[in-house]
Design a protein around this ligand. Structure first.
Ligand SMILES: NC(=O)c1ccc[n+]([C@@H]2O[C@H](COP(=O)([O-])OP(=O)(O)OC[C@H]3O[C@@H](n4cnc5c(N)ncnc54)[C@H](O)[C@@H]3O)[C@@H](O)[C@H]2O)c1
Length: 427
């Protein structure tokens, strides 16, 4: 049983730079692994060289690659500087790019063109180390055909995406669609049980991409920072951050308690700030080391961010604020080619917020007699659908089209894109 070593926080200050320096036409995926076996065999440059020699001498050796070794340095910037030097030497002696970078004090960084390729590489390497210990050969897993980059990859192909609030509702739908587009995904949600269940359900959609779940509270700086660290450890950086987690507790001035107002503001408004703060640090570092590279922060806002909402001011206020943050972040981050945009969906009638059979808004409005003459949930639903010029609620695929537009667009930032079926129009 291998003991995995804790990851050091400052990996977010150098791994995204290394990933970008290794990314020529297509961005690469990296994964950091550090455990007892790796430490035993890769303690210093000499022992790693010896380990590679032993692996090469094994029967049916899986390994003929070379590696880069980085000594422990005082600062992350020093690691970047020594990597630049070592990479130059490596390229002088090899026609293929490095796949393994050993970083003293941190572990082994595997590099590949997909998550699946990186997993296979690390598995092969660990198996080879194990057989050095046990003298037993382990069966090899073959790379699947899905590892081959398609001629016309989807816009999200092998991008590293985070979706907060990805356990259910819009977030779950966005996660599902992103996986189908071959994105690498981090589902970040406060609800661990649901988040793990959704992740288990969605894993079967992965081809050469992979997905992880990280329990996250978007209103806590430590928790959001941990989300970014785990993402960088597993995939090497962040290309698209979808700030989707949000809560809604409606109420007028008489009934809204200050504590409820504060909680909604913390999650819906402050949470977006925290996510942008920690994600943008990684994105800026990436841009510095790859010319022409763009990344995206996307807030799932609401039509309530464009127009006041009766007896729902805590929600609408936070969403209006989200658009102010979007515009301001966009101005600040434009020089780093980090685009920041908001999507303002209309009501997602098919999602749990509206359709949950016990707590959904349709049931609540029926019970409260909010819709005159409505006798069933369907009557309430029809009443709301009629208010949309295009006659239906917003769906995940509508939001996904907006996400893909934003990611593909290199000349748009600071926008609030309405996806409301015509219910809200920009002036
Ligand atoms: N449902 C709609 O009709 C609608 C319409 C427009 C915009 N939106 C927006 O879309 C987003 C998603 O809404 P939904 O209806 O899918 O919501 P939902 O309630 O179905 O799901 C929200 C998810 O966020 C998670 N979450 C809550 N607090 C969190 C926190 N502090 N940290 C991390 N995760 C947390 C929940 O566990 C849940 O999985 C929200 O920002 C919402 O404002 C929703």
């Amino acid at each position: 049983m291998k003991t995995e070593h804790p990851v050091r926080e400052n990996i977010i200050e150098f791994i995204p730079a290394i990933r970008m320096m290794l990314s020529a036409a297509n961005t690469k995926i990296t994964r950091l692994l550090n455990n007892d076996t790796i430490n035993q065999f890769c303690e210093d440059r000499k022992s790693l060289e010896k380990t590679f020699d032993l692996i090469r001498a094994q029967k049916n050796s899986p390994w003929d690659g070379k590696f880069i070794y980085l000594e422990e340095t005082a600062t992350p910037q020093d690691i970047i500087t020594s990597f630049i030097r070592e990479l130059e030497d490596f390229r002088a002696g090899s026609s293929t790019p490095p796949q393994i970078i050993a970083i003293k004090g941190y572990g082994l960084l595997a590099v590949g063109r997909s998550s699946h390729a990186v997993s296979l590489l690390l598995e092969t390497f660990e198996n080879a180390l194990d057989s050095l210990l046990t003298n037993e050969e382990k069966p090899k897993r073959k790379a699947s055909d899905e590892n081959i980059v398609p001629a016309h990859p989807d816009i999200l192909h092998q991008k590293i995406c985070i979706v907060t609030g990805g356990a259910q509702g819009f977030g779950e739908g966005i996660s599902r669609s992103m996986l189908l587009e071959n994105a690498n995904l981090v589902i970040a949600d406060l609800n661990e049980e649901k988040g793990l269940a959704t992740s288990a359900d969605l894993t079967s959609l992965c081809k050469s991409n992979e997905l992880i779940f990280v329990k996250t509270d978007v209103s806590s700086p430590e928790s959001v920072k941990n989300l970014v660290i785990q993402t960088v450890k597993n995939f090497g950086g962040i290309d698209v951050f979808v700030s989707n987690a949000g809560i809604l507790k409606a109420g007028g001035l008489d009934e809204m308690e200050p504590a409820s107002f504060e909680l909604m503001t913390k999650i819906n408004y402050e949470g977006y700030f925290l996510c942008s703060k920690y994600a943008s640090a990684v994105m800026k570092l990436q841009s510095k080391y790859k010319e022409g590279y763009y990344s995206d922060i996307i807030q799932i806002n609401s039509k309530s961010g464009l127009k006041g909402s009766n007896r729902n001011f805590a929600y609408a206020g936070g969403k209006f604020g989200g658009i102010g943050l979007t515009q301001s972040f966009a101005l600040e981050l434009a020089p780093f080619r980090v685009k920041v945009n908001a999507i303002c969906p209309g009501n997602f009638f098919e999602g749990p917020l509206w359709s949950d059979s016990e707590q959904g808004l349709f049931v609540q409005y029926l019970r409260a007699g909010k819709v005159p003459g409505a006798k069933t949930v369907e009557d309430v639903k029809r009443f709301y659908e009629k208010q949309v010029p295009l006659g239906r609620g917003c769906r995940v695929e509508d939001v996904m089209k907006a996400i893909k537009y934003i990611v593909s667009q290199e000349y748009e930032t600071g926008q609030a894109v309405p996806v409301t079926g015509g219910q809200e129009m920009l002036s």
